[in-house]
Every structure is written in structure tokens, then in C-alpha cells.
Ligand binder design. Structure first.
Ligand SMILES: NC(=O)c1ccc[n+]([C@@H]2O[C@H](COP(=O)([O-])OP(=O)(O)OC[C@H]3O[C@@H](n4cnc5c(N)ncnc54)[C@H](OP(=O)(O)O)[C@@H]3O)[C@@H](O)[C@H]2O)c1
Length: 320
């Protein structure tokens, strides 16, 4: 299995990681706990060793509990990432990156994950009410205490990252990135390449849209939060489908699925360390895991890049 390292550490990860948000219980429409257990196990069986979680995946930490249960017997062979700094108050999401909150959330995450060491612990998002340096201080302490192996920062600008780094070494960042949302290539990716910081990206399938499983007349189930994003609506939706229609002949030529073309392109993009592939069911993660052991040809990559340029980027308005 191809392996990449996180920042300057020796943490070795597969370029396809499993993103556990879709099985968090919040967004998991029609997904049972048993399904979710099987999805995590299928990821391991398919060769994935990198799992992305967060304190806030699940209203009460359900996702970490579930992953902790399935991954505990496999602890030596998997890399567990989690995040602190975002929590739920009832059904309301709170951003809180005060040092004492980060420390308390990390302690809880360690318990839920049934481990004494989190391999990669991210700040989920900078908090406008707390100076970045103060938050970074808490992460530096967690490192010193041996509770985490490496530190990551998610949803941060280059300036915020720079500030964080003055207090605590950063091994990885976690921004969103996919074929149609590539703004990080302008600033964050070059910055990270220069400093040997890994770039682990979320939404590689644009929340499922780029996997091509939704038809043009797709109706979201009631409660599916994706319906509110502009990329799933009106003219943007149709243009995104036009774009997918240009990728389909390439998938046919390779003899793979659309999702595999998209993920393969993503993990071979300059400066990208790993793609966090969300999955709701075992067959989805088995499909995306099969994007790892091969590479699109230069000609196929070039044709994809031409289609991407013709479609144009979708920026900021689709941010979480
Ligand atoms: N740091 C942050 O703030 C942040 C924010 C968002 C996400 N994340 C992380 O990044 C991960 C990825 O994001 P995401 O899960 O929202 O989006 P994603 O990976 O872009 O898309 C996941 C969705 O795509 C569909 N899918 C997956 N594999 C498929 C396949 N092989 N064939 C067809 N459809 C497939 C499934 O949706 P359907 O079954 O419904 O079609 C799945 O729920 C998350 O799980 C989480 O770990 C981090």
C-alpha cells in the first residue's frame, strides 16, 4: 500500500483516509450502528490505515465511541486523528478553543477512543474569541504530556497557521479541497510545502456530488443538510453534472468508477498528502480505497484539468 508521512513525523498514512462524519449519527440518515461498525472494518480490510474523527462528530461523541470500539484491537496498525475546539450545545454548534476546553475535550476523546495517545490532534477551527497563540499553547502542552503524537490545524488561513506555529509545531493542516474547490492551491499548499506540513483534505468528493451517484433529478431526503448548499441547486447543479459527464469517459477508459477517478486525481495533486473520504456504507469506502494503487496517465490528468478549467472554480460560499 502506498504510504505517506505526516509532516516531519514518522506517522505513516495511506493517501486515502476514512472520514467518519457520515457515520457520526448527525448526518447519518438511514445508517445503523451496525452498518457503521462494518464501514470502519471494511476500510481497514481494504487497506486504509488513517481515520479522521472529531469531538463533535455525534452530538455526544458517538462517532469516537464507535471508532474506539472497532479500532481498539487494531490500534497498532491504524493512525487515529481527532479534533477539538468545536462542540454541541443541544443541536447548536459551538466554536470554543479556550485552552481549558481543548485540554478537557482531548481527555474525553482519549477515553472514547480507548487509547492513551491520539496520533494526530487538530484544532477543528480557529475561534475568533480566543487568540490563536493561547489555543496553540494548549496543543503544545498536550504534545509535551505525551497525550498526542502530532498537531494539526483545520480551517485556518495562512496567517492563523503562522501564528499557531510560533507557539506549537504543526504537522498537518486540514482544509477543504476537491476538483472544483481549489483555492488552497494559491496560498496554503505552497506555504505547507515549503515548511513540510502535510495537507490532508476534506470534501474530496464534494460531499458526494463528485462521486456521480446522484442523478440530475435527485431529491434529497428530508433532513439531508446537503440540499442547502448552492452546488446542489439550480444552474450550479446542472453545470456540475455537465462536468461529471466529461469525466465519465475517462472512468470508462480506466475501467474504474467516477469516485475513483476523482480521488486518484486528488491524491496525486501536488502538495496533497491524503484525502479524507467520507463513507456511509462499506461498499463506498471499499470503492474509494481502490483509488490508491495506481495513477491516472498524464494524458488523462491533462484532460481532467482541461475540464476543470472549463467548469471554473466554486469558492467560499460553500464553506462549512
Ligand atoms: N475539518 C472539518 O471542518 C471538516 C469538515 C467536513 C468534513 N471533514 C472530514 O472530511 C471527511 C470527508 O467529508 P464528507 O464526508 O463531508 O464529504 P466527501 O468525502 O466529499 O463525501 C462523502 C459522501 O460521498 C458519498 N460517497 C462516498 N463514497 C462514495 C462512493 N464510492 N460512491 C458513491 N458515493 C460515495 C456518500 O454520500 P451519499 O451516500 O449520501 O451519496 C458520502 O457520505 C468527513 O467525513 C470528515 O472526516 C472535516
Amino acid at each position: 500500500m502506498p504510504i505517506r508521512t505526516i509532516g516531519k513525523t514518522e506517522i505513516a498514512v495511506t493517501p486515502v483516509a476514512m472520514g467518519c462524519w457520515p457515520i457520526s449519527g448527525i448526518s447519518s440518515l438511514n445508517v445503523t450502528v451496525e452498518h457503521s461498525r462494518r464501514t470502519i472494518q471494511s476500510a481497514v480490510d481494504a487497506g486504509i490505515n488513517f481515520f479522521d474523527l472529531a469531538y463533535s462528530y455525534g452530538y455526544e461523541g458517538e462517532c469516537e465511541c464507535l471508532a474506539g470500539e472497532v479500532l481498539q484491537p487494531l490500534r497498532e496498525q491504524v493512525v487515529i486523528a481527532s479534533k477539538g475546539g468545536v462542540a454541541w450545545q443541544g443541536r447548536k454548534r459551538l466554536f470554543d478553543a479556550q485552552p481549558e476546553v481543548i485540554r478537557a475535550q482531548c481527555t474525553e476523546s482519549l477515553q472514547r477512543l480507548r487509547t492513551d495517545l491520539i496520533d494526530l490532534y487538530y484544532l477543528h477551527s480557529p475561534d475568533v474569541n480566543v487568540p490563536v497563540a493561547e489555543t496553540a499553547g494548549a496543543f503544545a502542552e498536550l504534545l509535551d504530556e505525551g497525550k498526542i503524537r502530532a498537531v494539526g490545524v483545520s480551517n485556518a488561513t495562512v496567517d492563523q497557521l503562522r501564528e499557531f506555529e510560533l507557539v506549537c509545531e504543526v504537522a498537518a493542516v486540514q482544509p477543504h479541497f476537491n476538483m472544483l474547490q481549489r483555492e488552497i492551491e494559491e496560498d496554503l499548499v505552497p506555504y505547507c510545502r515549503e515548511r513540510n506540513i502535510s495537507v490532508v483534505v476534506y470534501w474530496p468528493l464534494m460531499k458526494g456530488l463528485l462521486a456521480g451517484g446522484m442523478t440530475r433529478d435527485h431529491q434529497f431526503a428530508p433532513g439531508d443538510g446537503r440540499a442547502r448548499y448552492p452546488m446542489f441547486q439550480g444552474e450550479e447543479w446542472q453545470r456540475n453534472h455537465d462536468f461529471l459527464d466529461q469525466l465519465r469517459p475517462i472512468a470508462d477508459e480506466v475501467g474504474c468508477t467516477l469516485a475513483q477517478v476523482v480521488i486518484n486525481w486528488t491524491i496525486h495533486r501536488t502538495g496533497i498528502t491524503a484525502a479524507l473520504c467520507g463513507a456511509r456504507r462499506p461498499e463506498q469506502i471499499e470503492d474509494t480505497a481502490a483509488s490508491m494503487n495506481w495513477k491516472l496517465t498524464e494524458d488523462q490528468t491533462e484532460r481532467i484539468n482541461v475540464a476543470i478549467a472549463a467548469r471554473g472554480s466554486i469558492v467560499s460560499k460553500n464553506k462549512p
